[in-house]
Design a binder for this molecule. Structure first.
Ligand SMILES: CC(C)(COP(=O)(O)OP(=O)(O)OC[C@H]1O[C@@H](n2cnc3c(N)ncnc32)[C@H](O)[C@@H]1OP(=O)(O)O)[C@@H](O)C(=O)NCCC(=O)NCCS
Length: 170
């Protein structure tokens, strides 16, 4: 367990490898009990040309420990954030934000213009993170989630116009 944002300099973000799958599944199952992907789902995503699976690992002790991950899928100039989670003992340290910023950075270089995601309105931690990074409410999907039943907010993040203008002038 680490104790402050100062520890972030010991966190590194990289693309996942097969060795990370056990950690990813453990973090997923703790974050989303009873609903989630299998190892082969993640392998398919990571190996597909439109998938991206990145992990955050902490160099507190050797070997480095996987403490969070993000999974997304790209389709042309749009992408969907399928999952983002940080291990319970490592939350509120800036790791979720670091993962999300890496996702946005990578998507910009892939010419993705809009990133979408779904989130429970009751998920204040995730909403706080997404809003502080500039995500906007796009639409509401009624009764989208089960266990417990809840709407979904569809949030979107659009690459600022200034960036698009600059890119188009290149
Ligand atoms: C959502 C989640 C990924 C955030 O990861 P994290 O590493 O704890 O987030 P960070 O430390 O980077 O926090 C970034 C911002 O998010 C918001 N935030 C994070 N946790 C919060 C909480 N418990 N309550 C309110 N806001 C919170 C804050 O705005 C925070 O910024 P601040 O620390 O400067 O105030 C993490 O809580 C998690 O794994 N939750 C379970 C899985 C999940 O719900 N994933 C999202 C599905 S859409």
């Amino acid at each position: 367990m680490v104790s402050s944002h100062a520890q972030l300099d010991r966190v590194r973000i990289r693309s996942s490898s097969l060795e990370d799958l056990t950690s990813i599944l453990k973090i997923q199952n703790e974050a989303f009990p009873g609903g989630g992907w299998t190892a082969s789902d993640y392998v398919r995503l990571a190996q597909g040309s439109e998938g991206l699976l990145i992990i955050a690992e902490l160099g507190e002790v050797m070997p480095w420990q996987v403490v969070g991950f993000a999974a997304l899928r790209q389709a042309y100039d749009q992408a969907e954030l399928l999952s983002l989670a940080v291990a319970p003992g490592y939350r509120r340290l800036g790791i979720g934000r670091a993962l999300l910023r890496e996702v946005l950075f990578r998507l910009e270089s892939l010419s993705v213009r809009t990133l979408y995601l779904e989130v429970r309105p009751s998920n204040q931690a995730a909403l706080g993170l997404y809003r502080s990074e500039g995500f906007m409410l796009n639409s509401i999907r009624h009764d989208y989630y089960g266990h417990p039943r809840e709407d979904a907010y569809v949030l979107s993040w659009v690459i600022p116009a200034a960036c698009s203008d600059r890119d188009s002038q290149k």
